[in-house]
Every structure is written in C-alpha cells, then in structure tokens.
Design a protein around this ligand. Structure first.
Ligand code: SME
Length: 152
C-alpha cells in the first residue's frame, strides 16, 4: 500500500473506531475492538496487540495474531524501550534492535506506540509486528498515534 493509500485507510479506521468506542467504556473491550479492526484492515500487520503495565511487569493484553509472549523481560526489548522513552519507536529490522524480544521468529519489523490514560500516565504500549522488513513508515506512526489517542 502506498503512503497516500495508508493515510486514507488510517483516516477511515480512526472514524470507524471513534464510533465503535463511543459505545463502550470498558478499557479492555476498547483495546480488543481496536486490535480487531486494525489487524483485519491492515494487511501488513502480522501481530497486533497491547502490552500493559501491571505494577513493574509488562504483560500481554488484547491481541490478534500468533500466540505471543505473555510477559516481557523487564527493561528489555522494543516495548520496554517505548515505555521508558515515552515515545513511539519504529524498528525497520528487529534483528538490529539491541535486546529485541522475538516472540515469533517470523516477525521482521515492528512499531510500538505508548498508550496513555486520561491523566496522561503511560499504561502500556500498542505493539504491531510485520513479517516483512521495513514495513512501517511515518504514515503508520502518525495513524497509529492518532488511533491510540482514542483510548485516553
Ligand atoms: N518484540 C517485542 C516483544 C513483543 S512481540 O513482538 C509480540 C519487544 O521486543 O518488546
């Protein structure tokens, strides 16, 4: 999909999710709905899900795709880096990211977007993996950050 195609797709998904989430207040239901929509509408998404802070732990939340790690080793990998840096991270080649945690050997590139609550506190990350190298660009970053902001 070209950059323009992606941009339009993210705009449509934002609108669809805005309408769907307006009807649901439960945070886990909202996240489950979000990953279902994203995973099935974006063909370059191989694994789509949330990792959520539980005290000092980062544990898997609602997701779509192959079975993933249930718990991520503390302060290691891309998801923890997104939590600590408090910003989104695009990884073109997961093998070049120090400490990357491979839940599935088919994952080749990855994007992580921090999730904040209504007070702005980081509660976890949205994590998307692709089975192709360099699958995520600035349109994915902007589109996913906007969509994730619906959860605040
Ligand atoms: N690769 C992630 C772990 C989660 S899986 O991609 C589903 C990381 O390095 O934090």
């Amino acid at each position: 999909m070209g950059a323009q195609g992606k941009k339009g797709r993210y705009q449509r998904l934002y609108k669809q999710l805005e309408e769907l989430l307006a009807k649901q207040g439960n945070p886990l239901s909202r996240m489950a709905t979000m990953v279902a929509v994203l995973h099935h509408k974006m063909e370059h998404f191989f694994w789509t899900g949330f990792y959520l802070l539980d005290g000092e732990e980062l544990i898997v939340g609602p997701y779509q795709g192959p079975v993933a790690c249930q718990h991520l080793e503390k302060d290691k990998g891309v998801c923890w880096a997104g939590i600590h840096r408090e910003e989104s991270i695009v990884v073109a080649d997961v093998h070049s990211f120090p400490g990357h945690i491979a839940c599935d050997p088919r994952s080749k590139s990855e994007i992580v977007v921090p999730v904040r609550d209504a007070e702005g506190k980081i509660i976890g990350v949205l994590d998307v993996d692709s089975n192709k190298t360099d699958a995520f660009d600035g349109e994915d970053l902007a589109g996913l950050e906007r969509i994730v902001s619906l959860l605040a």
